[in-house]
Design a protein. Sequence first.
Length: 432
Amino acid sequence: MAAPITGSGTAGGASAGGSTRIVLLLAFAVFFLLGGVTNINDLLVGKFKPMFQLSHAQANLVQMAFFIAYAAFSIPAGIVMSKLGYIRTFVLGFVMIAAAAFLFIPASAAASYPGFLAALFFIGAGITVLQVAMNPVITTLGPVETSHSRLTFAQAFNSIGVTLMVYGGAKVLLGDSKPIDAASATADQLQAYRVEQGASIGQAYMWLAILMLAIAALFWVFRSALDHAKAEEAKIEGTLGLFLHNKRVQFGALCIFAYVGAEVAIGSNMIAYLGEQRVMGLDLESAGKLVAFYWGGAMIGRLVGGFILRAFRPGKVLTAYAAGAIALIALSAVGSGALAGWALILVGFCNSLMFPTIFSLGTEGLGEQTPQGSGIMCTAIVGGAIVPWLFGTVADLSSMHIALAVPVICYAIIASFGRWAASHPSAAGAVD
């Protein structure tokens, strides 16, 4: 849970000196990288499924291992940040990711699926630590009047990073993928196949670990740049009461859970979906590259979203985008071929404005309780762990086309919240 910044200095709480500008540039670069590191999990789901002969539900444990870290580490990360300060918290997060990335090397050598899941959990923990600190740092590195544009620019970097790294990662991680007849292969042959297939994963994450350590070293050089800007103690007291008694916060948290879950469920299972003969019949690498277009749609949507939100009320925009997602998923479910594939890919555009809109509507009017409300919203990101597994379970019991009903339900909840929020504006400090 990100705490607000206090302290002296220039407007926005940060010095205009050279070291602060360097920290800002590094922060933008980190937004670029973190988007890719998070969403490369979509490719791992597609990679691990044939590699370990997994069911859809078992393959989606990749996302469960990663996103469960948000529930476990969001509030502790806020407490750590209040003790260490922003830059040192960054260093800790990078080191955590590097240590977790190195765990991919023995997991690849042993071809151990549980080993990969453990490494992904700790990578999720490191990214949670970074994200708790990153947004408030972006807002404080410069004048208050331009803080929103800096954060929007940083989020754009995040989307670009997702699109490029997923597209490039499809070749690195999926380019060497090949099928094996598990029924006729011996145990030794299966193990050799898995070790061979896992080699590219171990190598890729080894380089990621080295990169994270290099970035940690850069931030350590500038560790005193924001010493004047201190994070307040994370406010935990009152959080449960706020959640239990505020309908707006409850509805908003449910929608964050549903949104992240639906977005991740679609992205995680898209490789398998596009590979079905009824859809596009693509190989792993080709399908993985199209996943980048799913996230690219979100990038485009964010670039134009600011204009849309200025012209229309956020609640109505949220309802319209959720309805668009439902329509596209329905078209994909009843369609076939390229139509079914591209309809699902275009859902990425509908996702673009949902998180910031839900977040702002869910914390609207909380006044001094905004930090607690933000903490509740961040914890609800754990939907990325639960909903993809539910999607996989339904797909195993029926088919992937029927499993699309899972994200449809999620978007229906979001559309309902948009309508409710449009008719229940909250005055500052009001509790609904």
